[in-house]
Design a protein around this ligand. Structure first.
Ligand code: DON
Length: 579
């Protein structure tokens, strides 16, 4: 267990015969879910059940991930999808790992300036709403590659639960109903989307009501029967291309025919002896998490304490430097030479530490690179099986319900991932990210992502599976969960529930979740020069698993459940299920 203020205080108090361990006194989160054979953590409880059933039937973690991916497309349509894309990080039982990139690609007819008007200014909403915002979807191709290469069960077996929930419907709980209600106005704009997701009276479905998606059931059944060709080469692509052409989009059939999944080497780094395996470009996630961790390794975070002004200061400064690199240097590896080894170099991290003033906030404008002229929904799920295969998947439509459009007859919501590109250097996107040329639009290019499906290992064994939605904040959400477990000895549920902070270089603001810092800490940080933005809403929905105990302390005592799962308390319909 790391020596920190809490353990020191616990030690000193136990001398004065206060017997209750302080760790439980401060535990504000429910206990993590326990399992001995497998664990599935997703943002929708029915999808978690689908995953667990696949594991019980003899499927491995990849099979469960594919079945969950299809199930979420039905029971969590604000983010779960087959009309979007995502990433899968796999760490196999033998310690090898791989990464599947099934994120969207820009259409062949895309141009660098496609979202700008004649004066060169971004057209409001053009990269977010309707068919022009849609990137070529990758989820179906990605799930099939994962299943064929690394799964054990048939496509029909893995897709059957999703088809069932689409055909027969499912009953909405409070969290499900809230997500539909928050996007009702948007869904009303597209008649095909409204016909599925809104009741005949135009109102969203409420708690206890059943949502049936017959067209989606038919599309899924066609994919189940004929494979991805039903999506990329058949009637589904035809219907999307037709609707796109009729409604201002630029998608053509070759966009679909030429879509290919990329299998890439994940980014890896060592943090205090823990091996992090995460997303490589076209995600910025793994690289930037590692860059920040490398900087933080030089500070005694455990001693400085969770949420102290000193800890927040060094974390924010590390974030500030790393997001400059994210926003200026990274892009699709088929188009851009990403300086990954430089950014992952421990010496580079030391250079950054040397520049951090121990007593003052940095100034983002001072870090502007020379010549530098992302509510929303994504979802993350974490799975581990009896053999120790660990799978982390983050996939998305980008904004909540994506572009808000469904091609007639398909039942498939389409993404608005094109907004993740740089529309114009210096102009912020949906997530306030100010990005550069490396992420400019080009045909077939993939927009830079922040999605960070991550597996952490220790001594050659899986230790943690983690990730989250949250746009540009995914990186800091995932990072903070890792640091909370490794440095602050929180259990996996506490680590995920703990209040979050975020800084992304520009705007030069320190975002703090409600009640995230004490007023005294806020004053200290403001005195150091920070511009605090005290948010009135939380962000992220992390899904995590810890192996061998619910916390580092329990693991080190050798006394915990094998698998410990936690869904973010912020995820209203999620569930961690073990068996
Ligand atoms: O790939 C990305 O970085 C974004 N499209 C993710 C969007 C997201 O997390 C929205 N959810 N809250």
């Amino acid at each position: 267990m790391p020596l920190n203020r809490r353990t020191l205080i616990a030690a000193s108090l136990s001398i004065t015969f206060i017997l209750a361990p302080l760790t439980s006194v401060f535990a504000a989160s429910p206990a993590p879910a326990k399992g001995e054979h497998g664990m599935v953590v997703t943002a929708q409880h029915l999808a978690s059940e689908v995953g667990i059933e696949v594991l019980k039937k003899g499927g491995n973690a990849v099979d469960a991930a594919v079945a969950v991916g299809y199930a979420l497309a039905v029971v969590y349509p604000n983010a779960g999808n087959i009309g979007g894309g995502g990433f899968m990080t796999i760490r196999f039982k033998d310690g090898k790992s791989t990464f599947l990139d099934f994120r969207e690609r820009a259409p062949l007819a895309a141009t660098k300036t496609m979202y700008l008007d004649k004066d060169g200014n971004p057209v409001k909403g053009a990269s977010l709403d309707g068919y022009l915002a849609v990137g070529v979807p990758g989820s179906v191709a990605g799930f099939e590659m994962a299943r064929e290469k690394y799964g054990k069960l048939s496509r029909q077996d893995l897709m059957a639960p999703a088809i069932g929930y689409a055909k027969d419907g499912f009953i909405l709980n409070q969290g499900d109903a809230a997500s539909f209600a928050s996007s009702a106005d948007r869904l009303a704009k597209d008649p095909a989307a409204a016909a599925i997701f809104l009741k005949p009276d135009g109102k969203p479905y409420g708690i206890g009501e059943r949502l049936v998606q017959s067209d989606l059931a038919a599309s899924l059944a066609a994919i189940s029967e004929k494979g991805p060709d039903a999506f990329y080469k058949g009637a589904i692509a035809d219907a999307i291309v037709k609707a796109s052409g009729a409604k201002g989009g630029i998608l053509v059939k070759p966009d679909f025919e030429q879509y290919a999944v990329r299998e890439l080497k994940p980014v890896t780094c060592l943090y205090r002896g823990y091996e992090i395996t995460s997303s490589p470009p076209p995600s910025s996630g793994g690289v930037i998490i590692c860059e920040i961790l490398n900087v933080l390794e030089g500070y005694p975070l455990s001693y400085l304490g969770a949420g102290s002004a000193e800890t927040v200061h060094v974390m924010v400064e590390a974030m500030r430097y790393a997001y400059v690199d994210r926003n200026s240097a990274l892009g699709d590896p088929d188009f851009v030479d990403n300086p990954v080894s430089k950014l992952l170099d421990k010496a580079y991290a030391k250079d950054i530490r040397d520049k951090i003033d121990p007593f003052r906030a940095g100034v983002s404008q001072d870090l502007m690179p020379k010549g530098f002229g992302e509510s929303k929904e994504t979802t993350h799920y974490s799975i581990i099986d009896n053999d120790g295969n660990a799978v982390a998947v983050t996939y998305t439509l980008n904004g909540s319900f994506g572009a808000g459009v469904v091609a007639d007859g398909t039942g498939i919501l389409l993404n608005n991932e094109m907004d993740d590109f740089t529309q114009k250097p210096g102009v912020p996107n949906l997530y306030g990210l100010v990005q550069g040329e490396a992420n400019a639009i080009q045909p077939k290019k993939t927009p830079l992502s922040s999605m960070s499906p991550t597996v952490v290992a220790k001594d050659g064994k899986p230790f943690m599976v983690i990730g989250s939605p949250g746009g540009s904040r995914i990186i800091t959400i995932t990072l903070e969960a890792i640091v909370n477990v490794i440095d602050h000895d929180m259990n996996i549920q506490e680590a995920i529930d703990a209040p979050r902070i975020h800084h992304q270089w520009l705007p030069d603001k320190l975002y703090v979740e409600p009640f995230g810092l004490s007023p005294d800490t806020e004053k200290l940080l403001a005195g150091m020069g920070y511009h605090l933005d005290l948010a009135d809403q939380t962000w992220g929905q992390a899904a995590g698993i810890l192996v061998g105990g619910k916390s580092l302390a329990e693991i080190e005592k050798g006394g915990g459940a094998r698998y410990n799962g936690a869904i973010d308390s912020r995820a209203a319909s999620g569930e961690a299920l073990g068996y």
